[in-house]
Write a protein that binds this ligand. Structure first.
Ligand code: FAD
Ligand code: SIN
Length: 538
């Protein structure tokens, strides 16, 4: 096995990973250099597909204020958002947006060169910046990728998966990585390892997330002993295009509803007023359950989004990619209703961190969707995720410049024994049809740990996941990237189901049909490998 060392390693090249690489390289003393690893091509990530936009509470936007953004975020978060986190992220948004502009990110502007803002569900004002109409993620990601490529001080490993974090005496000292193409392993030592590995959408049969969203960072951190928070909180987006073409479902952005589109049945009868007075712009969990309920009641696979009430020129200018994708599927959104259905979209739970991205393990940091900072609570407010990615990337860089990054030299027995498992050439591993096992797991999660949950379904899910885990007998070493991903998916699925079973109330995106009430006491769920059972804490 090859060995190397870096002052800092960033795992993941979505917006959190790319932006943190640029900020750390700009500000931090890195005697052993900076490495960015990513399991696909640089920039391939959930970030790339973000459509609606990024929240920006800009000081010169007189119709907005941090107080208003904080209030909207906390209301949507169903009582579980942490005030200090929300305040910190909101107050830093002006600075990070200005910094992104310096890095060449272009947000859409009006004819007077002012930034354009849109509105999405549960925002009380227009405060969401967008780029390329409905291609915000791709535009930000491309600008940051360009800067990363131009920066010769950032070393990049593509097609390389982190497979194990090396922890001893409470300190994360390195990571074992797997080259997806050659099958070789490398151990990389570092005193600062940053997880920016994104979300978990691929655990579900229907998801807006691309194929790489398999919860790797969460599984790695859990196995390494880190504290996980609010693992039961999976956000389902109400309007994914209800046509299966790829491994995921194409998103019809909430911004389309923000611009006036209505949800309806096949006859055009609108139904949202039955569910919430804010109708189409109610918080995401409410709209998702409304769509799901209408589908169940009418025994249909989708409801419809009617965007024909929006001026057709505006539609094609503001939503060029959505218009194009729908047209490829025979739907002219200026004339036809769009078939839509809920799909797993975002993970509010994850590796518990503070505002500097520190996890419970020294030397291990987490930023972006993999982390649970307490911003989103039980239900993320639209477009707060990209903002969280950049503010937390900015913040971890600010923290790292205050400490001395000394790469570990002494490798102890505990770490050596972990590495030896990957060096073991004699290990004979049985081959599995991983894509079949994966689809079984995705069905279990959708049917039993989905939008509407109860004890019977969650208990059944745990039993079924256990059967899959017993069948797919892998300890450390796996045969290929698909196996590593599936191993991680099983671990995360079990944690989600277990925490969902333990939370005996409904809150935000976690809805229990057997416990429909929201408890007065608002508590986070916490789980670690050592304890093995979820604990509920304030
Ligand atoms: P990601 O962008 O997912 O990046 C994760 C990276 O980690 C990838 O490069 C991946 O390859 C890499 N990786 C994963 N595991 C490993 C491993 N084991 N080893 C090495 N590398 C690994 N949010 C908003 O705020 N506004 C929006 O408009 C919006 N629209 C969205 C639309 C869609 C279709 C989707 C799917 C999400 C949307 N979101 C939106 C959510 C938002 O895009 C994500 O939460 C955010 O981009 C996550 O960024 P990230 O950098 O944390 O992770
Ligand atoms: C969307 O465009 O609807 C997604 C926005 C988000 O997930 O924040």
């Amino acid at each position: 096995m090859k060995y190397s060392k870096y002052s800092t390693i960033i795992i993941g090249s979505g917006i959190a990973g790319l932006y943190s690489a640029l900020k750390i390289q700009q500000q931090v003393n890195l005697p052993d250099g900076l490495l960015l690893i990513t399991k696909s091509k640089l920039g391939e990530s959930n970030s790339r597909y973000a459509q609606g936009g990024m929240v920006a509470v800009m000081k010169d936007n007189k119709s907005d204020s941090t107080a208003s953004h904080i209030s909207d975020t906390i209301k949507a978060g169903a009582g579980l958002s942490e005030f200090n986190t929300v305040k910190f992220i909101s107050e830093n948004s002006d600075a990070v947006v200005k910094d992104l502009l310096k890095f060449g990110v272009q947000f859409d502007r009006d004819e007077n060169n002012n930034l354009c803002y849109t509105k999405e569900a549960a925002h009380s004002v227009r405060r969401i910046l967008h780029s390329g109409g409905d291609a915000t993620g791709r535009m930000i990601e491309q600008a940051l990728c360009k800067k990363v490529h131009e920066n010769s001080n950032i070393e990049i490993y593509e097609q390389t998966s982190a497979v194990e974090l090396l922890v001893s005496n409470g300190q994360c000292k390195g990571v074992v990585v797997f080259d997806n193409e050659t099958g070789e392993y490398e151990t990389i030592y570092s005193s600062a390892i940053i997880l920016a590995t994104g979300g978990i959408g691929q655990l579900y049969k229907y998801t807006t997330n691309p194929v790489g969203a398999t919860g790797d960072g969460i599984a790695l951190a859990y196995r390494a002993g880190a504290v996980m928070q609010d693992m039961e909180f999976v956000q389902f987006h109400p309007t994914a295009l209800a046509i299966d073409t790829d491994e995921n479902r194409f998103l019809i952005s909430e911004a389309v509803r923000g611009e006036g589109a209505k949800l309806c049945d096949a006859d055009g009868v609108e139904f949202m007023s039955k569910y919430d007075e804010r109708k189409e712009l109610a918080p995401r969990d409410i709209v998702t359950r409304a769509n799901f309920n209408e589908m169940q009641k009418n025994n249909t696979n989708n409801v419809y989004l009617n965007a024909t009430c929006i001026d057709s020129k505006k539609l094609s200018l503001r939503f060029p990619n959505i218009s194009k994708k729908c047209l490829e599927n025979g739907i002219d959104i200026s004339k036809d209703f769009i078939p839509v259905a809920p799909a797993a979209h975002y993970f509010m739970g994850g590796v518990k961190t503070n505002l500097e991205g520190q996890t419970s393990i020294n030397g291990l940091y987490a930023i972006g969707e993999v982390a649970s900072t307490g911003l989103h609570g039980g239900n993320r407010l639209a477009s707060n995720s990209l903002l969280e990615c950049v503010v937390c990337a900015y913040s971890v860089a600010n923290y790292l410049k205050t400490i001395e990054l000394k790469t570990p030299k002494q490798i102890d027995e505990e770490i050596k024994s972990r590495i030896d498992e990957y060096n073991n050439e004699d290990l004979i591993l049985e081959e599995f049809d991983v894509s079949e096992l994966k689809s079984q797991l995705q069905n279990i999660m959708w049917d039993y740990v989905g939008i509407l949950r109860d004890e019977r379904k969650l208990t059944a899910a745990l039993e079924k996941i256990d059967i899959l885990q017993t069948k797919f007998a892998r300890n450390s070493k796996c045969l290929n990237i698909q196996e590593y991903e599936f191993k991680n998916m099983l671990s995360v699925a079990k944690l989600i189901a277990y925490c969902a079973l333990s939370r005996k109330e409904s809150r935000g995106a976690h809805y229990r049909e057997d416990f429909p009430q929201t408890n007065d006491e608002c508590i986070h769920s916490i789980i670690t490998k050592e304890e093995g059972v979820p604990e509920f804490v304030k």
